[in-house]
Design a protein around this ligand. Structure first.
Ligand SMILES: *Cc1c(COP(=O)(O)O)cnc(C)c1O
Length: 214
């Protein structure tokens, strides 16, 4: 099966480059049979972009497999934060105070803790979400000190149609200067480059499943 081959190849490529990288299989837009092929390989980390789609696809699977880690990668609206909190283990797209406060309140009234990445608008693009580079330190401290959130590190999506190297390097340096240990960067086209620049979580979809229609 092509999907399984792709998955194994990517896992091998990652292992050759580093022993310290977590592969997130991005299953947005995929039907459940494709996802099950990867689950049958024993893989436990999956990424989704939309809360509603993730609830529909994953609720039944999570009920029988408690070891799966779901990662929210896409933009999150505040009114979906509670549902996201209940479903996901990792949020990679934390990028504003309002959302951070909501999660902090949810954690206070729950035993659940989430692991967070702060999304940075590393290419300073108007249309991209993510926090401005100049505000990263302040926001990291606000989340860690005022809100007691478990911030693992920074996350970015570099500008399209440009070599990502300088953006990955910049995010790596920002991560270090903020005392953070994990780094979420690299997708199908550039995960090997991201690993060379210190990524510890790579998010790969189409290189495993083929092109998405949506
Ligand atoms: C869709 C998506 C990915 C996966 O992209 P591919 O190019 O299919 O590997 C990774 N990260 C984010 C934030 C995404 O939205």
């Amino acid at each position: 099966m092509k999907i399984i081959q792709n998955f194994r190849n990517i896992n091998n490529q990652i292992k050759i480059l580093s022993s310290n990288v977590n592969l997130i299989v991005v299953s947005k837009g995929q039907d459940i049979n494709n996802i099950k092929m990867i689950l049958n390989e024993g893989h436990l980390d999956f990424g989704e972009n939309r809360v509603q789609e993730a609830i529909l696809k994953w609720s039944n699977i999570l009920a029988i497999n408690k070891n799966i880690n779901l990662h929210l990668l896409g933009k999150l609206q505040s009114n979906k934060a509670k549902e996201a909190f209940n479903l996901f283990n990792y949020i990679h797209s934390l990028d504003n105070e309002k959302l951070a406060k909501i999660f902090s309140d949810l954690e206070k009234s729950s035993l659940k803790k989430i692991k967070y990445f702060i999304q940075v608008n590393i290419g300073n693009e108007i249309q991209k979400s993510g926090i401005d580079i100049s505000l990263v330190s302040k926001f990291v401290q606000f989340c860690q000190i005022d809100l007691k959130l478990n911030i693992l590190g920074l996350m970015c999506i570099p500008p399209a149609n440009e070599p990502p190297d300088s953006y990955f390097k910049k995010l790596y340096e920002l991560n270090i200067s903020n005392g953070l240990k994990e780094l979420s960067m690299g997708m199908s086209d550039d995960f090997t480059i991201a690993i060379k620049f210190g990524a510890t979580y790579v998010r790969v979809g189409s290189a495993i499943f083929g092109r998405r229609s949506n």
